[in-house]
Design a protein around this ligand. Structure first.
Ligand code: SF4
Ligand code: MG
Length: 326
C-alpha cells in the first residue's frame, strides 16, 4: 500500500554568517505504518533537520525548506496552510527528544501535563483526563504511577523521564512518531529498556517510527531498515540485518567498525578519520572523499548517485561493489 510518510528529494538550507549551509540535499525516504526506519549519521549529517522539516518546526528563519515534498498519508505537508499543518502535527505526528528535562514543563506535575493533553485535545473533564494520564504512565512502565502523578519532571530519573516523554508522545495516538536520539542521554542498560518500550508500543499501535541516532548499536534490534546520512544526503539504505552483515558504503563500514564489540576486546577501535564537512563548503564529488580510505580520482570530481545495489538496498558510492563484496 501507500507509505504513511514519503519524503521526496527534500532540500533544506540555513542562512548563517558564514554563508548558506546546505543541511539537506535531496533526501528521499519512506516509512509505512508499523514500520521502523532508523536514520543514522554523525552530528551535522542532516538527520535531525530532515525530521524537523517533516514536523514543520523549521518553517522559520534561519532554516528554509527549498525543495521537495513531504507526503504524509498522501498529502504534501509543505502545501498545507499554517493552521492545517498545525492540526496534522497535533493529531497525527509526535516527536520525542533527547532531553526530556527541557522538553517537559518543569513547573507542572507529570500527571497534570499528561492530563492536559486529554483535556485540551480530547475535551475530557479534568478528573477523567487525570485517570487517563495515570493509565498511560502505567503503560510506559512508571512504577507506582498513581502516587507519582503529582511529581515534577526533575523528581524522576533520566530513564523514567524519557518514558514520560514517550507517554506524552503517545497520548493522542499519533500515526507517526519521530524520536531524535531518544536514549543518548541514558546509560546503556536503561537505553535498551527505553528502546524496547518504544518498539513494543510501536507494534501495539501500528505506528510508523523514525529513530534518529548516531549509534547503530542502539537501533539494531528494533529497526526494520536503515538510512545512513552524510553531509545532508542519504548514502546507503538497507534492511537492518543486511547492512550489518555487509555494508555497501565505506562510511557505513567505518561506522560499523567503530561500534564497541565484545569480540574486539583489547583491539583499538577504528574511528573514521577527520570530521564531517562544513555544510557551507561541502567538498565536490563524493562529499565523503576527504575521509574515505577507498577514494580514487573520480571520487574527487563526480558525485556518486544513490544506486540500487541489491533488492531493497541502495548505496551512493562509485565503488559499492568493492565495498559490498570486499
Ligand atoms: Fe569513498 Fe569514492 Fe565511494 Fe565516496 S565514492 S565513498 S570517496 S569510494
Ligand atoms: Mg541532532
Amino acid at each position: 500500500g501507500a507509505p504513511l510518510l514519503e519524503v521526496r528529494d527534500l532540500r533544506v538550507e540555513f542562512h548563517t554568517r558564514d554563508g548558506v549551509a546546505k543541511a539537506v540535499n535531496g533526501v528521499s525516504y519512506r516509512v509505512a505504518a508499523g514500520e521502523t526506519l532508523a536514520v543514522l549519521g554523525e552530528s551535522g549529517s542532516g538527520k535531525s533537520v530532515t525530521a524537523q522539516a517533516v514536523m514543520g518546526i523549521l518553517d522559520s528563519p534561519p532554516g528554509y525548506v527549498t525543495g521537495g515534498e513531504i507526503l504524509f498519508q498522501g498529502r504534501d505537508l509543505l502545501k498545507l496552510g499554517r493552521e492545517e499543518r498545525r492540526r496534522v502535527r497535533g493529531a497525527k505526528l509526535a516527536m520525542i527528544f533527547q532531553d526530556a528535562l527541557s522538553a517537559l514543563n518543569p513547573v507542572l506535575s507529570v500527571g497534570a501535563q499528561l492530563g492536559e493533553m486529554y483535556e485540551v485535545h480530547r475535551k475530557m473533564p479534568r478528573r477523567r483526563a487525570r485517570d487517563q494520564a495515570v493509565e498511560l504512565m502505567r503503560r510506559v512502565g512508571i512504577p507506582a504511577a498513581r502516587d507519582r502523578a503529582g511529581d515534577y519532571p526533575h523528581q524522576f530519573s533520566g530513564g523514567m523521564r524519557q518514558r514520560i516523554m514517550i507517554a506524552m508522545a503517545l497520548a493522542l495516538e499519533p500515526d507517526l512518531i519521530i524520536a531524535d536520539e531518544p536514549t543518548t542521554a541514558l546509560d546503556v542498560t536503561v537505553q535498551a529498556q527505553v528502546m524496547d518500550l518504544l518498539a513494543e508500543l510501536q507494534r501495539e499501535f501500528t505506528m510508523g517510527l523514525i529513530l534518529i541516532t548516531h549509534d547503530l548499536g542502539v537501533v539494531a534490534d528494533v529497526a526494520d531498515k536503515i538510512a545512513v546520512m552524510y553531509a545532508g544526503r542519504i548514502v546507503e539504505t538497507a534492511p537492518v540485518h543486511d547492512l550489518y552483515r555487509a555494508p555497501a558504503h565505506p562510511y557505513t563500514r567505518g561506522l560499523l567498525d567503530s561500534i564497541p564489540r565484545l569480540d574486539h576486546k583489547g583491539r583499538e577501535l577504528y574511528a573514521i578519520k577527520g570530521l564531517p564537512p562544513n555544510l557551507t563548503a561541502i567538498p565536490p564529488g563524493c562529499p565523503f572523499h576527504p575521509r574515505c580510505p577507498l577514494a580514487q580520482d573520480i571520487c574527487r570530481t563526480e558525485l556518486p548517485p544513490l544506486a540500487e545495489v541489491a533488492p531493497g538496498r541502495t548505496s551512493a558510492c562509485h565503488f559499492w561493489k568493492e565495498t559490498l563484496h570486499g
